[in-house]
Design a protein around this ligand. Structure first.
Ligand code: GLA
Ligand code: ZN
Length: 689
């Protein structure tokens, strides 16, 4: 049995990785710049570089003509200064000769328009030629660099995403469907509710991917297509790693995951719960719009924390921050610089939630093309003196003090369940409020009260083990298979506390609604049957009373037929005035809670506060503080590593109730600690045995 504080080194390194995407291939005719890079890397306290990400046209300028010498030199030079390499496969962008000679590598969009060569991240995932070419290239890279002592990890492609609708992809989709439905077309028609608008297929060949100029109203088809896109992307990835696994079995593999929008919700288009099973390490690219004009810094920090906790929980081990910006990006609507201190704070937040790296896009700003104004460690001035470079160096110096934190995790008693498939199906559902479904945002609202109280949370997916948790929060899980329902039931029967909300358990895994009321097992464990979901206009308001307090209802209100459950909260208005809105119910050894309406922030605070006391859920480092301060902990075998972070624009005071050691300065601290705006302090507290 692994102890819950056992370390997992995700990269082949026992230190915090600090560095980023490095594109020397853009500077090969500037040896002076390349040699400056090596000096600047040391001044920046960086140690690890992701190379080769978009280097295909330099590595193979003509078909079969290879040029690796420049990369040999780069890797050797970095290694000479003690640096390490994350080696990328270049499939994220391909050379023009390839698109010209083999047009099948080009993507076809949903309207069936074949794309021209250009951009990046736009290949067909099915193309036999592209699969062969990527494998060939990856084999050469693995053979040449697999034994290099600098190599700590593989970075497969870059930010996989998108979809292709070419003929080969259509054929692959049909094969995937035949496999899924055991060659039984009737089973497919039944699952897709075929007779609706006469959508019954009489031959497999009639089936096409969803299209704005064709089929887009068959929800079962849409859902299966999204699943196929995930599977096909994974299949492409698996093809990429064949030679890499064969030649370098001991080098861990990652690909960089994303978040959606600068508003920060998990990436929507690929089911990362599936993808994560094929990776050794989860890594992601985080670009929050700090200092934006629509939310507080603390609110944005909470959203970043949510994604960190999701991506860490995918493998229940540390993850890597693969890309971030030292200051600004070039693709937000407004590209604002990180204010002094924010870079250290935002970087340490990632470490606090389980990252073993702070990596950047990009090491050096390019001179031309679309990313020439994207933030980088080295600006066009080539200087180590400017503010951004200095802030990066500061992060490096702090990371150098944190080797003990590397590999540690953050066990937790609370889990929130996130599901990609359910989100797809819910967004597809023509019903409810078209703009107000907001599934990921709703989960963030349920996460917030725990974050505010510094209680560690895992954000898990439906296949994961529920049994380690005392409390499982499952908001708005629209799609629930019988299997998920059975697993939730078993969790409660064994003593778990389960929370769910409005718009949960509506459809099964085929996106077909349950008939005859809510699933009987859900009715049994929650002691109720949701009868109607009322959707409200933005200006509509209702209220719920709960524990003698009044809370605002927006968007959704479920009318419930209680059958055994205890009414904890009731509606104040409308035709369901006085009817139950929030309930609880004991079932076997456990207990369930149903929140029928979309309630305000304060409700979530008060509701979860009761559960937190009852279940004795505790912050690992319990210290009273004002809102906007976050204290997150990673746990070593005999010490806690505590990140005390001020996500506000004011000075904050926290009072330490025991002696701790500042991991950066070495000072022993106790009593009052004052944190300036955006300040972060990292302290070690030995765990008294
Ligand atoms: C993504 C890509 C990088 C770069 C950055 C810019 O994360 O992986 O290559 O384009 O965005 O923010
Ligand atoms: Zn294709």
């Amino acid at each position: 049995m692994m102890s819950k504080h056992e370390k997992t080194y995700v990269a082949k390194a026992d230190f915090m990785l600090h560095g980023g995407d490095y594109n020397p291939d853009q500077w090969l005719d500037r040896p002076d710049i390349l040699s400056d890079d090596i000096k600047l890397m040391q001044l920046a306290h960086t140690n690890t570089f992701s190379v080769g990400i978009f280097a295909w046209s330099t590595l193979e300028p003509e078909e079969g003509v290879y040029n690796f010498e420049w990369l040999d030199n780069i890797i050797d030079n970095i290694y000479k200064i003690g640096g390490r390499i994350i080696l990328a496969t270049p499939s994220g962008a391909r050379p023009a000769w390839m698109s010209e000679k083999y047009p099948e590598v080009l993507r076809v969009n949903g309207s069936r328009v074949k794309q021209l060569h250009g951009g990046r991240h736009n290949h067909c995932f099915t193309s036999g030629v592209y699969r062969e070419k990527t494998q060939q290239m990856n084999r050469l890279l693995a053979e040449r660099y697999g034994n290099h002592p600098a190599l700590v990890m593989w970075h497969i492609s870059n930010e996989y995403g998108g979809e292709c609708h070419c003929d080969q992809c259509q054929e692959a989709f049909r094969t995937w469907l035949k496999d899924k439905y055991n060659n039984d077309l009737k089973a497919l028609n039944d699952s897709w509710w075929g007779p609706f608008w006469s959508h019954t297929f009489s031959d497999w060949s009639q089936i096409e991917s969803p299209s704005p100029i064709g089929e887009n109203a068959v929800h079962g088809l849409n859902l299966d297509w999204r699943r196929f896109v995930t599977d096909q992307t994974i299949d492409f990835y698996k093809n990429e790693i064949v030679p890499i696994r064969e030649i370098t079995p001991e080098i861990p593999i990652t690909t960089n995951f994303m978040a959606d929008t600068f508003d920060l919700i998990p990436f929507q288009s690929l089911d990362y719960s599936k993808f994560s099973k094929h990776l050794d390490v989860i890594s992601w690219d985080a670009y929050p719009a700090w200092h934006n004009d629509w939310e507080s810094t603390a609110n944005l920090a909470m959203k970043v924390a949510f994604i960190d906790d999701l991506y860490r929980s995918l493998k229940q081990q540390p993850f890597l921050l693969m890309e971030s910006t030292p200051s600004l990006v070039n693709w937000h609507e407004v590209n604002k610089a990180k204010r002094p201190g924010m870079h250290l704070l935002s970087s340490m937040q990632m470490i606090a939630h389980g990252s073993d790296s702070v990596m950047y896009f990009q090491w050096r700003k390019s001179r031309g093309s679309s990313e020439k104004f994207h933030g980088a460690v080295v600006d066009h001035d080539n200087s180590s003196e400017n503010r951004v470079f200095q802030e990066v160096a500061k992060v490096g110096q702090v990371l150098e003090k944190l080797p003990k934190v590397v590999g540690t995790n953050r066990p937790s008693d609370v889990a929130i369940l996130y599901d990609w498939e359910s989100n797809w199906a819910l967004n597809d559902a023509q019903g409810y409020g078209l703009e107000t479904k907001q599934y990921p945002q709703t989960l963030q609202e349920h996460y917030r009260p725990f974050w505010e109280k510094d209680i560690p949370v895992d954000v898990i997916t439906k296949e994961q083990d529920f049994s380690p948790y005392k409390l499982l929060v499952v908001p708005m899980l629209y799609l629930m298979s019988e299997e998920t329902i059975a697993r939730l039931k078993a969790f409660v029967a064994n003593g778990g506390r389960l929370v769910t909300t409005y718009i949960s358990g509506v459809v099964n895994e085929y996106d077909l609604t349950y008939l005859g009321g809510w699933h009987k097992d859900l009715q049994e464990i929650f002691g109720l049957n949701p009868l109607e979901t009322d959707t409200l206009y933005p200006k509509d308001e209702n209220y719920v009373t709960f524990n003698n307090q009044k809370y605002l209802v927006k968007d959704y209100a479920t009318i419930i037929d209680v059958n055994g459950a205890i009414t904890e909260g009731t509606y104040l208005q409308d035709f369901y005035k006085s009817k139950p809105a929030v309930t609880s119910h004991s079932h076997e050894k456990g207990k369930t809670y149903y929140i029928g309406a979309r309630l305000d922030e304060q409700f979530h605070r008060d509701f979860y506060s009761d559960l937190i006391s009852e279940l004795e859920l505790k912050a690992i480092f319990p210290v009273k503080h004002s809102p906007g301060v976050s204290i997150q902990v990673r746990q070593g075998e005999d010490a806690d590593y505590v990140f005390i972070m001020n996500f506000t624009e004011e000075q904050q005071v926290v009072v330490l109730d025991s002696e701790v050691t500042d991991m950066v300065t070495g000072e022993i601290l106790s009593g009052e600690m004052t944190l300036d705006q955006y300040e972060v302090r990292i302290v070690e507290k030995s765990r008294g045995n």
